[in-house]
Design a protein around this ligand. Structure first.
Ligand code: GLU
Length: 484
């Protein structure tokens, strides 16, 4: 590693899904590293054995992969490094920077109770700091011998200089009596061993940074730069919760049908800015990203904004990619597997459909009418419209269309215009019932494009189905047999 190479890391605890705040932290680490031509590493902080789960690890890797925040090298699993963490604790012990503490849990509880009663801050009081009368065969923890006077200042790249008096920090535990490392020790050792130069994370970790720095200084290791990013709040200013959209990124992908580049663009703008730019490509983000433009105040999560950014990327997306993305949803919607002809229809309909679809779910549902098997379902508005349409008008249209030599949007439109004129009705009075018949709805992409995409046989068949329904409604008695 060259001395000047930037190394960042994303260090999630796999105790839950990859939520939107974590994804933003990952993005900022990713962009900062790429901007500086450095490395972006991934460390899974799975030391909490009770709360870490395999599905959570899988969800984190899956979410980062979906967002295309590709990390460098192998994933580092913190738990696997426990022996190294213990080694460092023992090294500090040998050097006198740490000491054995034999205080029992009951003793410490009593100490805290006394501090609470005296309204003193609750801190370990250093009772074993200067003792060497170690009882034989008793369990002990290893604590850092932290400085007790003076203060520590962190020149945070986002928060600016932040100072804490050493008197406020007690001698934290590094190694538990069962030999397992604490979180504070593991983070410091791993960041060092991974060569991390910039620690970029949520500002809920700012307090930890002072303790971590005390440990780094005891070890005489190089100090990383810190950047603590303000947390994301809900649109109402309250701390982000599920109600505000603090869901796993998989929910944005699956339940909401969003595109990864839209989620990325939105997260980038959440707490970081580049002039008035709203739509920012990955390449631009890498070129422009800088921690100095990260705001100090909490940012507000705005679902409407995210939806509108997603709509932008939907319109910009490649048609084949959209077809592939909606296929599973479409198959679920029509209840059968898609064949080559269906894919072809979807492909041809994308240019029109994507203009109006804010997400993949809506895109999929707006495409279903193309692929439904006859007779296609009619919504209420379509049914009402057909009920008030003269049967003769639709039936004449069917005849005209059936006689067309060429089948295209232009030829069908010309035939419809000619018929409307000959019948003394406006084009819309014919086009609307036609739309109801061929799409099952009163709103759709351009009618004649739809008709061209569906083809002659399917279009005429759908008009026939509508005519049959209209005839049954007009002469209910004649079709009693159908009803029984
Ligand atoms: N594992 C911690 C978390 O998920 C992050 C620790 C760090 O970034 O230093 O909140």
């Amino acid at each position: 590693m060259g001395a000047s190479q930037v190394v960042t890391r994303f260090a999630p605890s796999p105790t839950g899904f990859l939520h939107i705040g974590g994804a933003r932290t990952a993005l900022f680490n990713y962009l900062f590293a790429r901007h500086h031509g450095g490395k972006f590493l991934l460390r899974i902080e799975d030391t909490d054995r009770a709360r870490s789960t395999e599905p959570a690890i899988a969800a984190i890797l899956d979410g980062l992969t979906w967002l295309d925040f590709n990390w460098d090298g192998e994933v580092v699993y913190q738990f696997a490094r426990a022996a190294r963490h213990a080694e460092v604790a023992n090294q500090l012990l040998a050097a006198g920077h740490a000491y054995r503490c034999y205080a029992t849990a009951e003793e410490l509880d009593a100490m805290r109770a006394a501090q609470r009663a005296a309204k003193l801050p609750m801190r370990y009081d250093g009772r074993w700091r200067d003792r060497a009368d170690w009882p034989a065969d008793q369990p002990f923890v290893i604590r850092l011998r932290a400085p007790q006077t003076g203060s520590v200042t962190i020149d945070d790249l986002v928060q600016g200089p932040v100072t804490v008096a050493n008197a406020e920090l007690d001698d934290m535990v590094l190694l538990r009596s069962d030999g397992t490392p604490t979180y504070m020790l593991a983070v410091v050792v791993d960041d060092h061993d991974m060569g991390v130069t910039h620690v970029i994370r949520g500002d809920d970790h700012l307090n930890n940074a002072f303790r971590q720095l005390a440990l780094i200084r005891a070890l005489e290791w190089p100090e990383p730069a810190y950047a603590h990013i303000p947390l994301i709040h809900g649109a109402d200013g309250a701390k982000l919760s599920k109600r505000h959209g603090a869901l796993g990124v998989d929910a944005y992908r699956d339940a909401m049908g969003m595109l990864p580049e839209a989620v990325e663009n939105y997260l980038l703008r959440l707490g970081w800015g580049h002039g008035d730019d709203e739509i920012i490509s990955r390449a631009e983000a890498v070129a422009w990203f800088d921690l100095s433009a990260v705001g100090r105040g909490p940012s507000r999560f705005d679902m409407k904004k995210l939806e509108s950014v997603n709509g932008h990327y939907m319109r910009a997306a490649d048609d084949s990619r959209l077809v592939a993305l909606i296929s599973p949803r479409v198959e679920a919607g029509i209840g059968r597997a898609l064949g080559a002809a269906d894919h072809d229809i979807l492909q041809r309909s994308m240019a029109e459909l994507k203009k109006r679809a804010p997400n993949l779910n809506d895109l999929a549902s707006s495409s279903l009418f193309y692929l439904r098997t006859r007779p296609i379902p009619m919504d209420d508005a379509a049914q009402r419209l057909l009920a008030s349409t003269p049967i003769a008008l639709l039936s004449q249209a069917r005849q005209q269309f059936a006689g067309l030599e060429d089948w295209s949007a232009a030829t069908v439109e010309a035939a419809a215009r000619a018929l409307a004129e000959a019948s003394g009705v406006k084009l819309g009075q014919l086009a609307q019932p036609l739309r109801a018949a061929v799409t099952g709805a009163t709103q759709s992409p351009g009618l004649f494009e739809v008709v061209e995409t569906l083809g002659r046989d399917e279009t005429l068949g759908r008009i026939d189905d509508a005519l049959a329904t209209m005839q049954r409604a007009a002469h209910p008695d004649a079709h009693q047999a159908d009803v029984d």
